[in-house]
Design a protein around this ligand. Structure first.
Ligand SMILES: Nc1ncnc2c1ncn2[C@@H]1O[C@H](COP(=O)(O)OP(=O)(O)OP(=O)(O)O)[C@@H](O)[C@H]1O
Ligand SMILES: [Mg+2]
Length: 239
């Protein structure tokens, strides 16, 4: 469904993605894990058309999209839930969700709003509340809901667990799995490697703008290099 091939991306003077390739098949949850500054957000921004590759291609449903404007990419069925949520704080929940459907020309928006409200009942209960008054977890729900209002076939999620309490992280990840069961393909970026690998069909590890490891979620959880670098707090103490 999504094919990133040999991408080289620069941000100003920094070479942030180096010969990066990855694929996402329809129906999968694919995780991209890596530390601070590894290039996870840059990868998603390149897919969304917010960064332009100097070399390489991004193909979605067989069509090259790396020169398309971002709004056209959204219209093709690819939506991003950005790092740090970026909800419109002075707008209400209902208005934020409406923004997600802004580019749509079809008549199924009400149906998708219903789906978002079913996933996150609190967004219905607090529809008239300003987004700025929500907790971090609720804002995350709103950001995911807003992305779903574009009715994507592929959802890009940038660190949904960032800054949230463990219980809220569990809820968010349950919802990500529910969204995937609903037929939406997911590319999930996370520093929280353990959580991501547990729900991922496949995963990639990015370091310094390059993919250094890939495999099924289960394989990477067992991989000693992944353990050492990303699951340090999860391993049993060697007494
Ligand atoms: N606006 C920018 N201009 C220039 N360089 C940038 C910019 N934003 C990020 N970078 C650099 O690009 C590289 C990759 O950053 P990126 O944000 O993609 O990493 P990340 O894996 O998402 O990190 P994090 O987990 O902290 O979100 C880093 O070296 C970073 O310093
Ligand atoms: Mg990032």
């Amino acid at each position: 469904m999504l094919d990133l091939r040999d991408l080289d991306v620069w941000r100003g003077p920094s070479h942030v993605l180096r010969n990066l390739s990855l694929t996402v098949a329809q129906g999968e949850i694919v995780a991209l894990i890596g530390g601070n500054g590894a290039g996870k957000t840059s990868t998603l921004m390149t897919i969304s058309g917010l960064l332009r590759p100097r070399a390489g291609t991004v193909t979605f449903d067989g069509k090259p999209i790396h020169r398309m404007p971002p709004e056209r990419i959204v219209s093709m069925g690819l939506a991003q839930c950005p790092e740090g949520r970026q909800v419109f704080s002075s707008l209400t929940i209902a208005e934020n969700l409406a923004m997600g459907a802004f580019l749509r020309r079809d008549d199924r928006v009400a149906q998708d709003l219903e789906r978002v409200h079913t996933l996150f009942p609190i967004l219905r209960e607090r529809a008239a509340m300003r987004a700025g008054n929500l907790s971090g977890g609720e804002q995350m729900m709103l950001a995911i809901g807003r992305a779903l209002m574009a009715n994507p076939r592929l959802l890009l999620l940038d660190e949904p667990s960032l800054g949230l309490a463990p219980q809220m992280i569990d809820r968010i990840f349950d919802v990500v799995e529910a969204i995937a069961r609903d037929g939406v393909t997911v590319l999930l970026v996370e520093q929280n490697a353990m959580m991501a690998l547990e729900i991922a069909d496949r995963a990639y590890v990015i370091e310094n703008g390059s993919i250094v490891l890939s495999g099924t979620g289960a394989e990477l959880i067992e991989d000693p290099k992944v353990h050492e670098a990303y699951l340090g707090f999860e391993t049993e103490p060697s007494a």
